[in-house]
Write a protein that binds this ligand. Structure first.
Ligand code: STX
Length: 318
């Protein structure tokens, strides 16, 4: 594959802090790149996946002021893995609190997977605050999308990893895997909670990239990561994203159709299959859909990196 763009070099934030957003929660945030550069905020995946230092590297640090944060309960945000007062709409308002705290008027919103869901929920609530949208691995938390990955569908592609995912759940509870996991992830038995969290998290970590990554599976099975990721994801899924309707994000797409947008989708994304990106594209033809023919779900796929870096670079001078 000729001339694919790669990530910008690693950088350290020039500012980082904790922002209190509720009686319970404090959020970790960091700002990197150019102090008076074009503002952009990154929404990480999961929910509950936390941010990573590589998220800074999708933007030219000489052009962008890059804001990265950990959503409620995950990464360096506190309290860890907390589900109380943790909803989509709380996260949307957290982004507004962070924007005002940093004295930013409008920003580019960049998000993959659950980060695309959150980016769109935010943009639909506060369209005047969003200069552009860059979205990857489109996920809208509809029932069918959840069933595909956690109940039946992805199981046909990864039957080997699926066996480990169903192992902690007794056979008579496997008819509703999300409910069965939720019971264990929120139960009093700490050992059972940890075992369930690791199995849930490793299932997702193993399906993320086109080619297997032992390193990713290892990091997804680390206790702290797995507990936040599994508990928070499962909590959002049991609560159906805290949305009013199943198709909330696509049904409200008219609110953001005027915002310049790029959608990057891997053809072989098994976590958030391309059907959702395609349905979004049909409802939002103005968005520039880039299908990457040799990529899965991960932001780190070479073709996905190339398309995302091209998108931030094209928008850098707007
Ligand atoms: N969850 C999809 C999601 O947002 C349904 C997601 N899956 N894995 C990730 O995010 C990370 C690799 C970013 C943690």
């Amino acid at each position: 594959m000729p001339d694919r763009l790669s990530l910008f070099p690693p950088i350290e934030p020039f500012h980082a802090g904790m922002l209190r957003v509720s009686d319970i929660h404090e959020l970790y945030y960091e700002v990197s790149g150019k102090i008076d550069g074009k503002p952009a905020i990154v929404c990480h995946g999961g929910p509950g996946g936390g941010s990573t230092p590589s998220m800074r590297r999708y933007f030219d640090p000489e052009k962008y002021k890059i804001v990265v944060f950990d959503q409620r309960g995950c990464g360096k945000s506190a309290p860890h893995a907390e589900l109380r007062d943790n909803t989509t709409w709380a996260l949307v308002e957290d982004m507004e609190k962070l924007r005002r705290h940093l004295d930013i008027e409008r920003w580019q919103v960049f998000g993959g997977s659950w980060g695309s869901t959150l980016a769109l929920a935010y943009a639909q609530a506060h369209p005047e605050r969003v200069s552009e949208l860059i979205l990857r691995g489109i996920f809208t938390l509809r029932r069918d999308e959840l069933l595909w990955f956690y109940q039946e569908g992805a199981s046909w592609i990864y039957p080997d990893a699926w066996a480990d995912y169903v192992a902690p759940i007794p056979e008579d509870e496997r008819g509703d895997m999300i409910a069965a996991y939720y019971k264990r992830l929120t139960g009093d038995d700490r050992n059972e909670q940890l075992r369930a969290a690791k199995a849930w998290s490793v299932w997702e970590g193993g399906a993320v990239s086109l080619f297997p990554s032992e390193e990713r599976v290892q990091s997804f099975s680390a206790d702290a990561f797995a507990v936040a990721f599994a508990r928070i994801e499962c909590h959002y899924f049991v609560n159906r994203g805290f949305f009013e309707r199943d198709d909330q994000i696509i049904a409200n797409i008219d609110r953001v159709r005027h915002i310049p947008a790029v959608i990057v989708q891997g053809r072989y994304d098994v976590v958030t299959p391309m059907k959702t990106a395609w349905e979004m594209h049909r409802a939002w033809p103005e968005a520039d859909l880039r299908i990457i023919q040799d990529a899965g779900h991960a932001a780190s796929e070479p073709g996905i990196i190339d398309a995302l870096v091209r998108a931030t670079t094209a928008f850098a001078t707007r």
